[in-house]
Design a protein around this ligand. Sequence first.
Ligand code: C2E
Ligand code: CA
Ligand code: CA
Length: 659
Amino acid sequence: MRATGPGISRNESLDERPYHREIRAEQLSIALNNLPTTLISSVIISTSGTIVLGTESGYAWIPWWLVAVIGTSILRGLWLLGVRRSPAAARDTERCLGQLRLHAFLAGLTWAAVPVLQIGHIETMSGALTAFLMAGISAGALIQSMTLADHGIVFFTPILLATAATFLAQGNLACGVVGANTLLLLTMMIFQAQRGSARFCQGEEARLSSLALAKSVNESNRKLDYLANHDSLTGLHNRAAFNAELAARQARGAGLALAVIDLDNFKLVNDTRGHLIGDKVLIEAATRISRACQPSEFIARLGGDEFAIIIDSAPCEQRAEALSKRVVAVMGRPFVIDGVTLVIGASIGLALFPQDAAELTELFAAADIALYAAKDKGKHQASRFDADLRTKLERSQRIEAEIGDALTHGLLNVVFQGQHNLTTGAVIGHETLIRWAHPELGAISPAEILSAVRSADMGDQLTEFVAKEACRLLRALTKAGDTTSTVAINISPAEFLTGNPVGIILEIIDRFAIRPERFEVEVTEETIHDLTGVNAELNRLMSVGVKIAIDDFGAGHSSLVKLASLPFDKLKIDRCLISGIDGQEKNAQLIATLIGLGKQLNFTVLAEGVETAAEAETLRRLGCAQVQGFHFSRPVPAQSIVAQAREEGARTKELRQVS
Ligand code: C2E
Ligand code: CA
Ligand code: CA
């Protein structure tokens, strides 16, 4: 139904306005609520009117009229009960409103009968009473219709029209004035009813639109909140949400467990199969982890292929251990992504609060250490932080804290390990190896030093220190008569990543006036492949004559195909391929191939970690040119190397004199 309402332009119907339905429903609700009052007052006023008019004029129709008014009121009351009992009827707003309007009109006609039945003798006391009664009931209807103009208008218009007509029909001035005033009153009341109703609609519109605005603000806040706290790929919580939740749960005072999960083969899959497959693996991993968890456990993707879980239901240690086992098991099952079967697997580090850490940052560090331990032990397993790992953690924290001072105050030192010509046994080079004899922690391994250097971002200081020591040795060797042997230094990915090792090396070689051909730089194949720009940097070194050696070949993802594209002079075959070579035909064949490749591509092959005479003999048979290992020499301080060079020089001199 289309009802044109107050305050609305002719072309604009109400149901095109915003919230039309809601406003009409509200109007209906108010009208239904008002109806009992309307009916009761109608019965009271008609009864009292009957008494007054009956006493005053003795009209015979009066009791019948009262019966009609009370009868229609009862029928309207019954109609209201029916609507209230049947919510379906109340839901059809326009139909209900239409019926209410019809009722109001019929009631208006009933009341209009009172003046009409007095036509011709209105100019009596009963006429004045009638005028008063009709104006009063109309005013009451006006008040009731401030929310819904047309219902009031259809009620009081017939009443006031009939009253005015009855007075005007009397044909004298006084009654004419009363009739005209009644018409004026009717006009004003119609106008007021429409204005009131229009105001009500505007007010409702404003109220509903502010409610809608508040709802949409809430909705937007919820969306922003979701984005701020969730990982868009997996839908899990993100690191920020995880940290906040961890702090909140820790504040509750009860213990909790933190499990940090890292996928074992994700990097390889991501590199070889591409990011799209990688993303699908992460989504599947998130689903599997979620399914393995209880609803009370809080899961997040911390970034990359790292996930974490908070477990805080008692007994949380047992629960965390059981959950870790479940996660390792589900992640160990093959992933089938786009028809490709992939083996991913996961390692887990577990730490408990407050047993393993007094603060949350420490708890993360503890779980991380436990995770590394799980990886170290061969991956696909969970590892719990324990006293041993705590000692390791404290040690690595202390090393990290002291590495800066140690480097600037010269507390580190280097040793040199000889590289030998396998045919003659002569020393042809030396590898510089870093050492730190800590007064309290004892010997600190190069791996520990490198990890601390990386954390403290001190790669350049390490490069500078080692390169200077290498150049000092070269200068001393030259003085001792050795003018040909080389000295190599190692450069780790961390040094390339955060610093400028090549610039430092070139500057130091220049400062020490070293022939670049005697200086060698060892890098791993991964360093060149994984870090952008390293290739060009190595070419810079080679262009001035510095030698490049590929270190640890065979220990990582080595590739013969890739070798051809790398800039280098020497290939150092890792100890893992050399150890036990005398009894391993397969490795022997591989080394023979590398030696053959070296001859074609013009690089030298050096076998690392030669520990036995049998290994040395096999390598000699295979035609390996150079060796390094405990069987030939151990890493020693520079003085020993220089003393040996002097002896060597003196022996050569003697031999020359003898001959
Ligand atoms: P690397 O470059 O492979 O160095 C050779 C390592 O093998 C040295 O261990 C050496 O002592 C050891 N080694 C030599 N011959 C044998 C053998 O016959 N048997 C066995 N079992 N081991 C042998 P080290 O000095 O502990 O160094 C470990 C690693 O630390 C090095 O491996 C190198 O990657 C790194 N590193 C050492 N010094 C430095 C440095 O000054 N800078 C950088 N960036 N890395 C360094
Ligand atoms: Ca090396
Ligand atoms: Ca090596």
